[in-house]
Design a protein around this ligand. Structure first.
Ligand code: PMP
Length: 360
C-alpha cells in the first residue's frame, strides 16, 4: 500500500515534505536529544521554535504590528463561545451572517453569551450563495460582525471581504486561511482550527487586533481570556507543542512554495480544473453559485444516489481517499487544500471522467 491522494475535509492532507521532516526529527529534534514532544514548552529550544513559527506566519500573512498572534487549543468550536465571552457584554448585540453549517454552529454557541442577531442568512436557498452585502441587517453598536468566509461543508467561499464600517469583523477562516493572500487589517479577529491548511488538529491560530483585547472582561477565568493568553505569549498553560512545531514546518513549506501568491495561483488552477470538468461533464453537479464557489472544498453529486457507493469504492481502490460528502449535503466532497498537488486533482478528474463514461 502507498499513500493516496487524500481529499479529507479535515483533519486533512499535510505536505509530504513536512511529514518526512517530522519523521526524520521524531526521535532527536535539533540539539534537544529528545523529541519535540518531550521537552519543556518553556525551554529555550521550544521557545525559539514557537517564536520562529509566529514570525513565519506573520511574514506569510503580512500581519500588521498591532495584531497579536495566538496559538491556542479547543478547536474552532471552543472559540465560537470564547469570542463572545471576550469581545462582547452579555447585553450587547453581535451580528452573525449565516452561510452554512459552521456559521450556524458559531451562532448557536454564542447565543447564551450575547444578543446574537442573524444579520443575513442564505438558509432559504439551502446555503448555495452569500447574501448580498446590501441585504445585511447590521447595527453600528454591535460588538462585532461574525462571518465564515469559507463554509467547509457547503463549499461556499466569500469572493471578497465585506465592508462593515467600524464594527470589528470576526472571521472563522478555519478552512481557507493561507490559501491565498489576506488583508488582515480588514479584520478585528481571525481564528482558524489548524487541521486543514496549518497543521494537525488540536491547535487553533488566532490573530487579534490589540485594542480588542481591552474588551476582555477582567473577571473571566484566565484560561478563557484572550488578553491573558496574549500577555503570556500563548503559554499561560502547556500549549499543543507538537501542533505548534508542525505548523511551523508547514509555514516554512509554504514560504518555500513561493508564499501565499504562489499558493493562490496553484489553488486557483486546481479549483478551475475540477469545477471546469464538473460543469461540462453532464454527469456531476455542484450547486453553488459560481462567484462564491470554494477553492478549498468542492461538493458534487452524481446523477443517481445509487452510484455513490460504487464511486467511493472505486475511487478508494484508485488511491483517491475520503471523497464521501458531508451527511448534511450527501454526494461527494473533494477538499483540495494547499497540500493537495495539481496532479492529485488531475487524477481525480481522470477517474471521474472514466467513471461517468462507464455509468452514464
Ligand atoms: N469552522 C469551520 C469552517 C470548520 O470547517 C470546522 C471543522 N471542520 C470548524 C469550525 C470546527 O472546528 P473544530 O472541530 O476544530 O472545533
Amino acid at each position: 500500500m502507498s499513500r493516496g491522494y487524500n481529499f479529507s475535509a479535515g483533519p486533512a492532507a499535510l505536505p509530504e515534505a513536512v511529514l518526512r521532516q517530522a519523521q526524520a526529527e521524531m526521535l532527536e529534534w535539533g540539539k534537544a536529544r529528545a523529541s519535540v514532544m518531550e521537552v519543556s514548552h518553556r525551554g529555550k529550544e521550544f521557545v525559539a521554535c514557537a517564536e520562529e513559527a509566529e514570525r513565519d506566519l506573520r511574514e506569510l500573512l503580512d500581519v500588521p504590528a498591532n495584531y497579536k498572534v495566538l496559538f491556542l487549543q479547543g478547536g474552532a468550536t471552543q472559540h465560537f463561545a470564547q469570542i463572545p465571552m471576550n469581545l462582547a457584554r452579555r447585553d450587547q448585540r453581535a451580528d452573525y451572517v449565516l452561510t452554512g453549517d459552521w456559521s450556524e454552529k458559531a451562532l448557536k454557541e454564542a447565543k447564551p453569551l450575547v444578543r446574537a442577531h442573524v444579520a443575513a442568512s442564505a438558509a432559504d436557498t439551502n446555503y448555495d450563495r452569500v447574501p448580498a452585502r446590501a441585504s445585511w441587517d447590521l447595527d453600528p453598536q454591535s460588538a462585532y460582525v461574525h462571518v465564515t468566509p469559507n463554509e467547509t461543508i457547503r463549499g461556499v467561499e466569500f469572493a471578497d471581504i465585506p465592508e462593515v464600517g467600524d464594527v470589528p469583523l470576526v472571521a472563522d477562516l478555519s478552512s481557507t486561511i493561507l490559501s491565498r493572500p489576506l488583508d488582515v487589517a480588514r479584520y478585528g479577529l481571525i481564528y482558524a482550527g489548524a487541521q486543514k491548511n496549518i497543521g494537525p488538529s488540536g491547535l487553533v491560530v488566532l490573530i487579534v487586533r490589540e485594542d480588542l483585547l481591552e474588551r476582555c472582561p477582567k473577571d473571566l477565568p484566565k484560561i478563557f481570556s484572550y488578553a491573558e493568553h496574549a500577555a503570556q505569549g500563548s503559554m499561560l498553560n502547556t500549549p499543543n507543542t507538537f501542533g505548534w512545531y508542525l505548523a511551523g514546518l508547514v509555514f516554512k513549506w509554504i514560504k518555500a512554495q513561493g508564499g501565499l501568491a504562489a499558493m493562490a495561483a496553484q489553488n486557483r488552477a486546481k479549483a478551475e480544473l475540477l469545477y471546469g470538468y464538473i460543469d461540462t461533464s453532464g454527469f456531476y453537479r455542484n450547486p453553488v453559485e459560481r462567484s462564491v464557489r470554494s477553492w478549498m472544498n468542492v461538493p458534487f453529486t452524481l446523477p443517481r444516489e445509487a452510484l455513490d457507493g460504487p464511486f467511493l469504492k472505486e475511487a478508494e481502490a484508485a488511491g483517491l481517499l475520503a471523497l464521501k460528502g458531508h451527511r448534511a449535503v450527501g454526494g461527494m466532497r473533494a477538499s483540495i487544500y494547499n497540500a493537495m498537488p495539481l496532479e492529485g486533482v488531475q487524477a481525480l478528474v481522470d477517474f471521474m471522467r472514466d467513471f461517468a463514461a462507464r455509468n452514464g
